[in-house]
Write a protein that binds this ligand. Structure first.
Ligand SMILES: *Cc1c(COP(=O)(O)O)cnc(C)c1O
Length: 388
């Protein structure tokens, strides 16, 4: 690998800012002391601001999969019916994991496209007894790089008692989320994507309506969200030893997002980086080469990651690592994963990093004789130059 900073453009774990690493770089303090307990309380308040909620929050040590299980263990009793709306690899994995807990899962599959609220409304209209306990959807499916319209999905559920459960693991802190205003009942997100932290912490926010069910036969003491959301002592929030260094890292990262840049500015930065990426890929796609954006409709695209169909993608990814120190995401879930890649613009990313990443792709396609249209870097630069 050539000298110079490495650029990691994969959709999680995302780059961790030096400030966040430094915040974590400390010896463990007394976990029974008042200082750490105070930082933890502040972090819980920051996390509620991030999600746009005044409701409840249960933190867990774990990754996104742990968050899925945490939510399901509180929402469902064995044999309950879940409707999982899928737009790619992550939605399908979520459905499988839910099924593995003994929950009856029905899938509403949209392939690699975002959910169509009308189809959801039609399905719910055929459930007059309200057997469907929850509708589960990824805001961004990170594999297909799509964006679901959460308010439209909520509107499609009008009159049905199911809970709306949203996986925002790849979108929280990147794309708009207003949990309370949008009527989301359960929200799941992990530390290592939009939150710019190392993997290892996952959060489940839940509404009064979701809390009202109380414990079920699936709610083991460790997963029980009531115990954590209603915690007093620090260890009770985390079901044991807290992830001390991670608490400092998260609090620093959320200070950067919420108090310094500002959440709405963070969302518009992601939108701006996404548009520049799309402009570049659209320019590469001119001609017969077969490079193109995997999601045709701009309104259906994620703001944190872009999926690209690109013949020769595997060789290109190897080339950009070797020659430029730029790591691109694999074509996870694509019909031909060797001919697809994903460009992450998630979390700690700015125009300099993105333009460098796009420049490395351009150089690689030229070196490897991968046919592509011209003018992509000019298009990306012009897009960045437009501030709106
Ligand atoms: C990354 C991701 C997950 C899985 O998270 P892990 O931390 O890998 O368990 C789930 N859902 C979405 C949308 C993701 O992007």
């Amino acid at each position: 690998m050539p000298p110079g900073p490495d650029l990691i453009a994969i959709p999680g774990p995302s780059p961790v800012p030096a400030r966040v690493l430094n915040a974590a770089h400390r010896a463990s303090p007394d976990i029974y002391g008042a200082d750490l307990a105070q930082v933890n309380l502040h972090l819980m308040a920051q996390l509620k601001r991030l999600a746009g909620t005044r409701a409840h929050l249960a933190p867990y040590i774990g990754n996104g999969h742990a968050g899925w299980e945490a939510a399901s263990a509180n929402i469902f009793a064995p044999g309950d019916l879940a409707l999982v709306v899928t737009s790619g690899h992550f939605g399908r994995s979520w459905a499988e994991m839910t099924e593995g807990l003994g929950i009856t899962v029905e899938r509403l599959d949209f392939g690699a496209l975002p959910p169509d609220p009308a189809r959801l409304a039609e399905r719910l209209s055929r459930d007059p007894e309200g057997r469907i306990r929850a509708v589960m959807v990824c805001q961004t499916d990170t594999a297909s790089a799509t964006m679901a319209d959460i308010p439209a999905i909520r509107a499609a559920m009008e009159g049905h008692p199911a809970l709306l459960v949203v996986d925002a693991i790849a979108s929280l802190g990147c794309a708009p989320m207003r949990m309370d205003d949008w009527g989301v009942d359960v929200l799941i997100a992990a530390s290592q994507k939009g939150m710019m932290c190392p993997p290892g912490a996952v959060f489940v926010w839940f509404s009064d309506r979701a809390a009202a069910r109380g414990r079920t036969a699936l709610t083991s003491p460790w997963w029980d969200w009531h115990l954590r959301a209603g915690a007093d002592a620090l260890w009770r929030f985390w079901g044991g030893t807290p992830p001390v260094q991670q608490i400092f890292a998260l609090s620093e990262a959320l200070t950067m997002i919420l108090d310094e840049e500002g959440l709405e500015a963070v969302w518009s930065r992601h939108a701006r980086l996404a548009r520049a990426t799309w402009a570049a890929v659209d320019a590469w796609s001119v001609g017969a080469g077969g490079v193109r954006l995997s999601v045709a409709d701009p309104a259906a695209r994620a703001l944190s990651v872009t999926a690209v169909t690109l013949p020769g993608a595997d060789a290109l990814r190897a080339w950009t690592v070797r020659e430029c120190g730029v790591t691109l995401g694999v074509g996870l879930g694509a019909p031909d994963p060797t001919g697809a890649l994903r460009i992450a613009h998630m979390g700690h990313c700015n125009a300099g990093v993105l333009l460098g990443t796009l420049g490395a792709i351009e150089a690689g396609m030229t070196a490897l004789d991968i046919p592509h249209g011209t003018g992509a870097l000019e298009a990306a630069a012009a897009s960045i130059a437009r501030t709106t």
